[in-house]
Design a protein around this ligand. Structure first.
Ligand code: ZN
Length: 197
């Protein structure tokens, strides 16, 4: 296994539509193993083939980072030729991307999805996800169509600004649950922009 270079926004491979995987070759399996290693080293929760310069439809996702039980938390999905088969509801999510370092964005996503795809053994699976998990899969899926979250984000800010606001909000009220903070973070950013004008 080896770490791969992550392509960065501006590289044209990130803006192209990827081609279906025709056969799960040892090369694809090796790429997946390398992508897992690269994702973990970069502290990401997902990575798509074009992010390591491969123009094929597959991605890796590790969406259960908040799960209490370790086995669930560390579960890694390999999704080859994925298809989103169902979408329901909407949510606003704060997203980052290994290919857009230093930034966070506010993106509209479906709240719940069903997605099917093939694993490295060639078996097809269909999963249902909601909330953050659904966001991770939609984000990675978009990469395969050449879409970065920054292309569709309603607002963006730097990671520094984001953690600063997060910190400020935490000091304001320590008893709030995380869910409600998301909208608040982006409202706070707008507020700051207004007061700077
Ligand atoms: Zn990404």
């Amino acid at each position: 296994m080896a770490l791969r270079n992550i392509t960065i926004r501006g590289d044209e491979v990130l803006a192209k539509k990827c081609k279906p995987v025709k056969e799960i070759t040892p090369r694809i399996a090796e790429a997946c193993a390398d992508m897992v290693e690269t994702m973990l080293a970069a502290d990401g929760v997902g990575i798509a083939a074009p992010q390591v310069g491969i123009m094929k439809r597959f991605f890796i996702a590790m969406p259960h980072v908040d799960a209490e039980d370790e086995e669930t938390r560390d579960k890694i999905y390999v999704m080859i030729n994925p298809e989103i088969t169902y979408k329901e509801g909407t949510q606003e999510s704060s997203e980052g991307c290994l290919s857009v370092p230093g930034y966070m964005g506010l993106v509209d996503r479906p709240y719940k999805i069903r997605i099917k795809g093939t694993d490295l053994q060639g078996e097809e699976h269909e999963y249902e996800f909601e909330g953050f998990e659904a966001t991770v899969f939609c984000h990675e899926y978009d990469h395969l169509d050449g879409i970065l979250y920054s292309d569709i984000a309603k607002d963006m800010m730097t990671v520094e600004e984001y953690s600063e606001i997060l910190h400020e909000l935490q000091e304001l009220h320590t008893d709030d649950d995380e869910e409600s903070d998301n909208a608040e973070i982006w409202e706070k950013k707008k507020e700051k922009e207004r007061s700077n004008q």
